[in-house]
Every structure is written in structure tokens, then in C-alpha cells.
Design a protein around this ligand. Structure first.
Ligand SMILES: *Cc1c(COP(=O)(O)O)cnc(C)c1O
Length: 360
């Protein structure tokens, strides 16, 4: 029963379901030593210098954080090579996604995105009483002609995750440029690069390749995945200064907390230490892709820190089978299973367990 006159668009929403924790799977199945490969997290602890920065900042949390994360914005701007007024920092890139929706969507506006894609898109669009307009994937990849064709005068936003979650496929900036040619320049195009650090640099960089000629492009990135700060929440966007200004107006007060800002600055100070771990995850992804191929699975192109296995009709059986043996993955019912790349030992365990479960 609803309490008070809750908005119908909220009543209709399903709550976001995060990946299952290892401890929860252990309790449900009466097992121990479960591993979580369900949320595309980095399996490695932060670098000691990052932990030290968090500890040092902890004594200051009786004060509010810097609401605009000024120092972090300017450090990110220098790192990426844009002006400080082109960067917004938020509570995860999902926080910035919500700000984008708050700033741009009125009830009835349309938002186009391919589907399946990031599960936060429909939630944030529907929250605004706006209408998702989805296009089908072709061989698990985006059909950008279909995206262009779905844009109407009511379209305010286009959302494109590249690499895509959950399928792992990616689009190049050349392909994105051709999409941008086909749609009006008052449609804002979000290029969500949460997994950029795991993808081939030859796909291009939307910040240098698209943004200068297309002020309607917003590029979002995060410290949650490659940089291992999922639990602290730092995301950022690179966009035209006017768009950043609008996002700032709807920024939840102090959404970027003090520990997140300190840790993110420390990450930027220790990129040389962190890069080898990203390289290891990449090598592991390629190894897992090869091993799955040897097991007979036909996978879409893997460009992120996860693999997508098109298990279709066997999704439930394989997902539950894996979980009962302590390997927690993310199922997409009737379609496939998304498995995060973990440590080499975790990946070995996943591969061995999958071989057992799939043989059943
Ligand atoms: C994980 C993910 C995010 C990141 O979210 P944060 O809020 O930055 O942790 C954004 N987009 C996609 C497609 C993701 O998979």
C-alpha cells in the first residue's frame, strides 16, 4: 500500500538491484569461500598511497567536503587535457547520469538508447516521467543507424555505453561521428565510458575526436572500475562548459564526499602504480575469452573488465549452478551471463566451475 500520494512514475519503478554479495550467496546456499564476479569491480585493494590518503582525510570529516570538488575537477581537466570548466565531478558517474536527467528531461520527453544496456538508464529516465525509446542490438552490438532512426523531435537525450554493459561491445568515435551527423545538434548524446581504460585506444577518444565539433556530446567516466574506488563514488563528465553549468545546478549538496575526493586525487598521483593492475586485468580478460572459446562459447567482442556469455535458454541453470558452487555472476534472464574479470585465481575458479556446470 502506498503511503501518501507517491508519484505514479515512482510507483511503477522497480528498485535497482545490485549484484549479489559473496556473503549473501554463502548464506543462501550454505557454502563458504564464495567469490563475487557480479558487479565489474576491481578485485584489487587500492594502492597503499590511496588508502593512506583516505585515512589522512578521515580526520577532517566533521567538516563538509568541497561541494564542487574544485581541486579534483582541475586535476582531472589537466589529466584529460580540457578546461577546468569542462569537468563535473559527481557521486559516481551514475550521480551525474541522474543530474543529466534532472537537467534535461520533462515528463513525456524521449530518451533513446540501445537495449540491453546499463540498467541505470531506464530507472533514471522513468524517474523523470520521460519515455525510454530502445533499439535492438545486432549480434550483441549497437545498431547506430537504428539509434539515429529512433530520434524524433521529442528526443532530448541519447545514451550510449561504450564499451556496453552487459555485452562488452564498443563503438568507435568514427561511428559516433556518423551518428552525430544524422541527428539534430540539440539532442544531447551521453557517451558513457565507464570501462574506457579496458578498451582499445584505436577506437578513439570522444573528448578529442567529438567534443570540439559537437558541443552536444557529454563523456562520462569513473574511478569505480579501473581505478578501484567503487565504494567511494567518484564519477566525472567532460562536456561543454554551459552543459557543466546546468549539471552543477542540480548537483546534490556535497555529493562528492571528502574521502572520495582525497582518494581520487591520490589515484591521480599514483597512476604509474595502478596501470600494471589494469594491464593484468586486460591480460586476464583476454585469457578468459580464449578459454571460453576453447570451451565452445561464441562470445561477443569483449572490451571491458568482464565477459558476456550468451547462455540464452540455459541462463538460469548456469547462473544458479555457478552460484551454488560459490561463483556469483550477473544473469540477464533468457539472454546471458556477465562475469567480471577477477584475480587470476578467481578467473581459474570461474572457468573450472563453468566447465562443470555447463556439462550438467
Ligand atoms: C559501472 C558503470 C557505471 C559506473 O558507475 P559509477 O556510478 O561511476 O560507479 C556507469 N556506466 C556503466 C555503463 C557502468 O557499467
Amino acid at each position: 500500500m502506498a503511503v501518501g500520494r507517491v508519484r505514479p512514475s515512482v510507483t511503477a519503478l522497480a528498485a535497482y538491484r545490485p549484484g549479489k554479495a559473496a556473503s549473501q550467496a554463502e548464506a543462501e546456499h550454505g557454502i563458504s569461500h564464495a567469490i563475487k564476479l557480479a558487479s565489474n569491480e576491481n578485485p584489487y585493494e587500492p594502492a597503499p598511497s590511496v588508502v593512506a590518503a583516505i585515512q589522512a582525510a578521515a580526520t577532517g570529516v566533521n567538516r563538509y567536503s568541497d561541494h564542487r570538488a574544485t581541486e579534483l575537477r582541475s586535476r582531472i581537466a589537466g589529466w584529460v587535457g580540457v578546461g577546468a570548466d569542462q569537468v563535473a565531478v559527481g557521486c559516481g558517474s551514475v550521480g551525474l547520469l541522474q543530474q543529466l536527467c534532472l537537467a534535461y528531461l520533462d515528463p513525456g520527453d524521449e530518451v533513446v538508447y540501445p537495449w540491453p544496456s546499463f540498467e541505470a538508464y531506464p530507472i533514471n529516465v522513468k524517474m523523470m516521467a520521460a519515455a525510454p525509446v530502445t533499439t535492438d542490438l545486432v549480434d550483441h552490438a549497437f545498431d547506430l543507424d537504428a539509434v539515429a532512426a529512433a530520434v524524433t523531435p521529442r528526443t532530448k537525450l541519447v545514451m550510449l555505453a561504450t564499451p556496453n554493459n552487459p555485452t562488452g561491445t564498443a563503438v568507435s568515435t568514427t561511428e559516433l561521428a556518423s551518428l552525430l551527423q544524422q541527428i539534430p545538434d540539440d539532442v544531447v548524446v551521453l557517451v558513457d565510458e565507464a570501462y574506457r581504460e579496458f578498451s582499445d585506444p584505436a577506437l578513439g577518444d570522444p573528448v578529442t575526436d567529438l567534443l570540439p565539433s559537437h558541443p552536444n556530446v557529454v563523456v562520462s567516466r569513473t574511478f569505480s572500475k579501473a581505478y578501484g574506488l567503487a565504494g567511494l563514488r567518484t564519477g566525472y563528465v567532460i562536456a561543454h562548459p554551459e552543459l557543466v553549468m546546468e549539471l552543477d545546478k542540480v548537483l546534490l549538496a556535497f555529493a562528492s564526499n571528502m574521502l572520495a575526493q582525497a582518494a581520487s586525487l591520490a589515484v591521480l598521483d599514483s597512476l604509474e602504480e595502478i596501470q600494471p593492475r589494469i594491464d593484468l586485468l586486460l591480460a586476464e580478460r583476454n585469457r578468459v575469452v580464449g578459454a571460453l572459446g576453447d570451451l565452445g562459447w561464441d562470445l561477443p567482442d569483449a572490451n571491458a573488465n568482464f565477459v558476456y556469455i550468451p547462455t540464452s535458454g540455459r541462463t538460469d541453470q548456469i547462473h544458479i549452478g555457478l552460484e551454488q558452487k560459490g561463483v556469483v555472476t550477473r544473469p540477464f534472464p533468457g539472454q546471458g551471463i556477465r562475469v567480471t574479470i577477477g584475480t587470476p585465481e578467481e578467473n581459474d575458479r570461474f572457468l573450472a566451475t563453468l566447465a562443470e556446470v555447463a556439462a550438467d
